[in-house]
Write a protein that binds this ligand. Structure first.
Ligand code: NDP
Length: 272
């Protein structure tokens, strides 16, 4: 059997997902045909219908389709229901489509190799789609507090309210304005990415033991602007490459039932 898989997005050309899944395929001896598909917003519906009615087994969903793919799913995980977005679709043998979000699982799996999450004061910079998708998985690790800060106060308050009103989130979700303790872990969930240097609009209570983690990642050994900023403040800083590998592994396991090894390096992708 060969699984028909892929990733859709706009843009999609720079996606590392085909390489990552092909490494998983070799490692597990599971045959896959995994392609990157450039899908525009107005052709999403047609693409999904055609892909799954022509034997598609599963898809990764990236920007800008993480929300708009949901009407196509017959069932959704409780996490997808909570955050209203998915990054993985899976077709079962009767053609029913299941939607899942593996970003938060991927982040937590990677972070667990780098620091302790339980009892930590976690600060998330940013209040967009990725901040929304990682909060439930961080909450499940029982941190001391989850604190948020964001450039735009409206988006920040909207996100805090969304989780404060939810029975499914047990941690305190706080605005940094109301928080004075030291921070153990800072997660950069802004889309500043590679545009210029990183600066935050206020001083953060961090020290050289604070773990600094960037959801953005470089494909090589160049540092992201957030990591350059981090390297002047702490000894412990990481980019989101490990999250990328681990969210992909969780999708692969959902499609095939087999969990691949996640010890892939950037060099493995360059050499593949
Ligand atoms: P969104 O567009 O949904 O949110 C962007 C956030 O960044 C907002 O909070 C926005 O603030 C903030 N922001 C943008 N520009 C600036 C700036 N110049 N200064 C301060 N804040 C800024 O993006 P996503 O949440 O979807 O993505 C964020 C990052 O996470 C991306 O770089 C993406 O590549 C990465 N990511 C990595 C993954 C991985 O596997 N490693 C998985 C998923 C995402 P405001 O509200 O004020 O506009």
């Amino acid at each position: 059997m060969k699984y028909k898989l892929g990733v859709i997005g706009n843009p999609i050309e720079h996606s590392l997902s085909p390489k990552i899944h092909n490494i998983f395929s070799k490692q597990t001896n599971i045959n896959i045909d995994y392609q990157a598909y450039h899908v525009l917003e107005n052709s999403l519906d047609n693409f999904l219908k055609n892909f799954f009615s022509n034997g598609g087994d599963g898809l990764n969903i990236t920007l800008p389709h993480k929300i708009n793919c949901l009407p196509f799913a017959n069932t959704k995980s409780s996490l997808v229901n909570l955050i209203g977005a998915a990054n993985t679709l899976r077709s079962d043998s009767s053609g029913r489509i299941f939607a899942e979000s593996t970003d938060g699982i991927g982040l937590v799996k990677d972070l667990k190799n780098k620091c302790s999450i339980s009892s930590a004061n976690i600060l998330i910079l940013g209040a967009g789609g990725s901040a929304l998708s990682i909060i439930p998985s961080l909450d499940a690790c029982k941190p001391r507090n989850i604190v948020l800060d964001n450039r735009s106060k409206n988006n920040l308050e909207r996100l805090i309210k969304r989780f404060s009103d939810s029975n499914e989130i047990h941690s305190r979700i706080l605005n940094l304005d109301n928080f004075n303790e030291d921070i153990d872990l800072v997660i950069n969930a802004t889309s500043i990415g590679f545009s210029g240097s990183f600066n935050w609009h206020r001083e953060l209570k961090i020290n050289n033991e604070t773990v600094l983690y960037d959801l953005s990642y470089s494909k090589d050994h160049n540092q992201t602007p957030f990591l350059k900023w981090s390297s002047q403040r702490s000894e412990k800083y990481f980019d989101g490459f490990g999250m990328l590998i681990n969210q992909a592994a969780a999708s692969f396991a959902l499609w095939t039932g087999v969990e691949p090894e996640t010890n892939i390096t950037k060099l493995d992708l360059i050499n593949d």
